[in-house]
Design a protein around this ligand. Sequence first.
Ligand SMILES: [Zn+2]
Length: 468
Amino acid sequence: MTILFIFLSLFGLGGQNMFDEYFTGQTFRFDYYHSGTAKEEHISLDEIRLEGSWPGSKVNLIDESNLGKYMFEVVDLKSNKVIYSRGFASIYGEWETTGEASKMWRTLHESQRFPEPKDKVQLVLKKRQDDGSFIQIYSTTIDPSSRFINRSPLVSAGEVWTVFENGSPTTKVDILILSDGYTAKEKDKFHKDVTRLVGVMFETEPFKSQKKNFNVRAIDVFSAQSGISNPRKSVWRKSALGLSFNSFDSDRYVLTYENKNLREMAANAPYDAIIMVANDRKYGGGGIFNLWATVTSDTEPSAYVFVHEFGHSFAGLGDEYYTSPVSYENYAMPSVEPWEPNVTGLFDPANIKWKHLVEAGTPVPTPWNKEEYDKYEVERQKKRAKMVEEKATEEQMEVLFKEVKQVTTPMLNKNKFFGKVGAFEGAAYESKGLYRPELDCIMFTRNDVPFCKVCTESIVKVIKMYSE
Ligand SMILES: [Zn+2]
């Protein structure tokens, strides 16, 4: 009996029992407004919404990854025990570091999904502090039997279709792809775009060897017009999901602020991760941890962007590049280790967080031809900025992208420690003081390289969290 019990516990049936003890099997969505400035922030309740069956893991209810700028917790009131938690990042969390946040207030709508509890629970939001620890910024008590829970039926957003399916949503990573800026006549184009992008993703490691742990579905969401808004070129569209270029005044950054609308549509299918594909010729995308990823369909590197942005949104990977301009003005150099698994402040080189992947003989920090690389990058960033200003065509931009690839591939390749894990200075928008694990990676350049070993390992960990 005892041996059998230990055996069952080891294989996660303890987790499933906990799920059945506390949860009904349906999904609740906590909708709220996140408001503030660079100096203060406030959370206010919108509503609790009933979605469909719980698509997440019934075993890994507690998030032990320590990823994300924020943490969401569900606390059982009777036992005062955390019964569900997830780390996440948000548009608000990025916005508060922009110049605009020093001058004005803004409000962004956010959601956290969790299994419907059987009894009263406390919902808690925590924020990571400069020292890396979390403090509570909001809590509220909800009673699942309350008549204020919105239990109205979901409204279909369009046809849900399966790209591929390998099993029950509770033991697979469920990716949901939604279309934006596609008219009803462009349905076939959306299906082709999805097939192509998903095809490249599952030819890329670790997704390739982990494919059996995924389900991929899509929803045909149609817009009145083709394409999405591009304010820098005075292109305005009322697309179904509200995606737009130029988020935070960054030309290529594609986000939507219409969270409620998006969540209502997405609730029509089981999902752990959302990717929105925008029907547009212009290069762009975005990815925020545990929120969603975006990509435009028709640019030459679209499949690359699809995989890179999913690295952000799914596994909390940081950008490893540091020469492209971004809008995060109030970004403070961390005094403690950044939470992103693939960036280090190298505060303790002998105990670097990816130490187990560093081979003997690789010095930390690891030397590389940074001066040569930086010199080239400064020139080409100037060129790119000028081209954006002069409203260059996408074809002209792609010529530049190709040139960068041709120059930087051999430039990085010739280093002694290419392909080795170490600590290479320059990462996460900082030229100095932050380090990336390998010379090149999908999170660093658009070159024909895989995810570095640290990024690969981090992605596999998150896949396990959803598929065990
Ligand atoms: Zn990497």
